[in-house]
Design a protein around this ligand. Structure first.
Ligand SMILES: O=C(O)CCC(=O)C(=O)O
Ligand SMILES: [Fe+2]
Length: 292
């Protein structure tokens, strides 16, 4: 199986179809070089000063990582709230939640000589596994060209279809995502993947944004990472994605807040993130329908 590579003007339906079928899909050249260059230069000081703090067997020892991407790179907003990302996430996640959220946003710079990361699923923090229900999607942006040689993300196509409890996919069947700078690799939370080994003399620079169902706990605490004074500078869409809004606007809402906060979004900015969810299953509904 070979990963599909689509153009940036591809129909959302085609992107979603390939993602559902293969567990991952590449959309080439989705943003221009100027956006990527701005993000990279904003991330640079933090990568250089704190990039190796998250060193571990899983994260690698020659890999710079930072998780407070928006706090140091305002330009990264264009990637985190990109129209195509929202459109694809709507299709994959909204069947299972009213609105979804950014679970983590991580800049990952694989340095020359780094070995391959263990293949894994990103959704393992959540101890449930329901066939057909994705808990997350990930979007890996290539901030420079990704190649099989420099550590382009390895994907096991089709591996998202297997429940982890009793099936392990054949992890030998991985494929490196080769994509030019400014492209996006969409993958399911259940798709097996991992960073490749960097066998070149150049760095491989990427930004992974993970979006999860709105009723799950975020992997990285976005309210502390992007407190209200920082978040208030973002668009309503991005603030809602960070969790500064409720999950549903009905009686069954989660994450409610009654105070004053410049970052708070009272009604999610996208109709799809709340419409038709109000009042579902409340005592009033049941009484009206049953007459009791
Ligand atoms: O850097 C990459 O290509 C993938 C990293 C990854 O999957 C992870 O850290 O969860
Ligand atoms: Fe991962």
């Amino acid at each position: 199986m070979t990963l599909s590579v689509l153009a940036k003007d591809a129909d959302i339906a085609r992107v979603v179809e390939a993602l559902r079928r293969d567990g991952a899909v590449i959309v080439k050249d989705l943003v221009g070089g100027e956006v990527v260059d701005a993000v990279c230069s904003e991330l640079r000081p933090e990568l250089d000063s704190r990039g190796l703090e998250q060193e571990s067997a899983f994260n690698g020892s020659l890999t710079n990582r930072i998780g407070n991407v928006l706090a140091v790179s305002p330009s990264a907003a264009a990637l985190l709230e990109h129209d195509m990302v929202v459109a694809v996430a709507n299709e994959i996640l909204l069947p299972f939640c009213a609105c979804y959220q950014i679970s983590s946003a991580t800049a990952i710079e694989v340095l020359p000589g780094e070995g391959a990361q263990a293949l894994h699923r990103d959704d393992t923090p959540y101890p449930i596994d329901i066939a057909g229900m994705e808990l997350q999607i990930g979007v890996m942006w290539s901030l420079n060209d990704f190649t099989p040689e420099n550590g382009g993300t390895r994907i096991v196509p089709g591996s998202h279809r297997l429940l982890r409890s009793w099936h392990l996919p054949d992890l030998r069947n991985w494929e490196a995502a080769a994509m030019p700078k400014g492209s996006a690799l969409f993958y399911m939370g259940s798709t097996w993947h991992g960073a490749g080994a960097n066998q070149t003399n150049d760095r491989r620079m990427g930004l992974i944004n993970v979006y999860s169902l709105g009723w799950l706990r975020q992997e990285v605490n976005q309210y502390l990472t992007h407190p209200p004074e920082i978040a208030a500078q973002f668009s309503p869409r991005l603030r809602a994605l960070l969790g500064y809004t409720t999950h549903t606007t009905g009686d069954d809402r989660l994450g409610n807040f009654g105070g004053d906060c410049a970052a708070w979004v009272r009604i999610p900015p996208e109709e799809a993130w709340y419409k038709g969810r109000d009042g579902v299953g409340t005592a009033d509904d049941a009484a009206a329908q049953s007459g009791l």
